[in-house]
Design a protein around this ligand. Sequence first.
Ligand code: ADP
Ligand code: GLC
Length: 478
Amino acid sequence: MKVVFSAAEVAPFVKTGGLADVAGSLPPALSAIGCEAIVVLPLYGSIKTDGLKKTAIAIAANMGNSTYQATVYKGRLGSRTSVYFISQHGLYSRPNPYGDQNGDYPDNALRFIFLNLAVLELLRQLKFRPDIIHVNDWHVALVPALLKNLPKADYLYGVRSVLSLHNLAYQGHFPPETMELTGLPASLFTADGVEMYGMLAFLKSGILFADALTAVSPSYAKEILSPELGFGLEKVLGKRKKSLAGILNGIDHDEWNPQKDQLIPAKFSRKDLSGKEKCRAALLKRFGLENDPKKPVIGIVSRLIEQKGFDLVAEVAEEMMKLDFYLVALGTGQPKYEEFFKALQAAHQDRVAVEIGYNNALTHLIEAGADMFLMPSVFEPCGMNQMYSMAYGTPPIVRATGGLKDSVEDWRPATGKGTGFVFDKADAKSLLAAVKRALKTFGKKAEWEKLVENGMAKDFSWKKSAELYLQLYKKVIA
Ligand code: ADP
Ligand code: GLC
């Protein structure tokens, strides 16, 4: 099975969120089960070319009246997966993938239309005719429509596509005049086609034209059929319901593994948790907090946006601060949430520490050193951190939505089953009750140890989900 996997971000080369984690770990997992998988992404300014090889491939694509040229670099993920970087100086040589402090880059339509065209042109130049092109999120969601509109003589004519939906809140809408840059027939620009709210809609286009669709968890696959979480695409998705499957993301146990992690001060395992205590001490020290063993550390690592549920935290913050714990948070995002965390820290300097920013090494220290991890998301297509937490013996407190619901099992003291604390309603009262339950359980040593052990025993590796993708690819080409 030959698979081309494309996304706008791929860890460890470039990452803003979980999409990069998936794009950096699913393709190697596919390679490991016999697929010939290659990955394609843009060469952003932040990606160092030191470890990459410049290829002889030259790409050209027409967009409107202009021809854009690109060169191609090659790298690797693991030992078996080749990664191709599209190098187009004017479009991609910027520090970030999507935008800067002023918001999205104004030429994102051009940048990402080119990426879609470049993926196909690269394959022609490489003479690599895949069985499946697997695209992710809106940035590469024009590929399915481009494939379906190729002339019969084209090298890629008939190649099938799969689109994975990681987050319907981001859809890629651009002014109608950008339609002609795509080379797609103008006749597709209708309400039944790629038009939405008068704009060219990348994600809608992918949903209409991909041969199969996946959502990143079984629950999210159902939730996006409702107006609350379909973000206007629920009807279009409803029409394609038979082609939509939910497959839970896996995690990369080479990177997120307390037994091997090079980014934490002491390694640990299910059998010997003494290293975790050292990580906790190091974490508290890093943030200038005392280490009172009776107080659990609640960790947060998140993009600070509405989706992540911090409005609920703000609503009960005062009530919550009456309870006995440390809070350590790392994140960046909307100013109002950054301000909220900074103010909470100022008011409770002995118990709350916050770092505003992006810091991968610190994420590992928080996962390892915290006692519990908070993700009160309003919606969460999959979520990666709750799975990392469980692997690091840090039971998550999560809301029952999307992948959080599918990966965390509520702790039941009576049976000794469960891996975290799950609350149903997206309201502040339910969040507070879950936090109280977690703190109470922390106080009962034997119960807590069982809970920690249950989470660490879970296998969230890609093995199972990569198999599900392979089965799906086989069905699509059958
Ligand atoms: P989303 O993709 O919606 O942000 P996920 O839970 O799927 O949510 O993935 C988030 C990923 O980004 C995780 O790997 C998390 O550790 C990482 N991350 C989020 N915020 C930061 C940050 N401030 N610094 C470093 N890594 C972060
Ligand atoms: C998106 C979602 C997140 C998911 C990630 C990877 O960023 O917000 O829930 O884990 O994609 O699929």
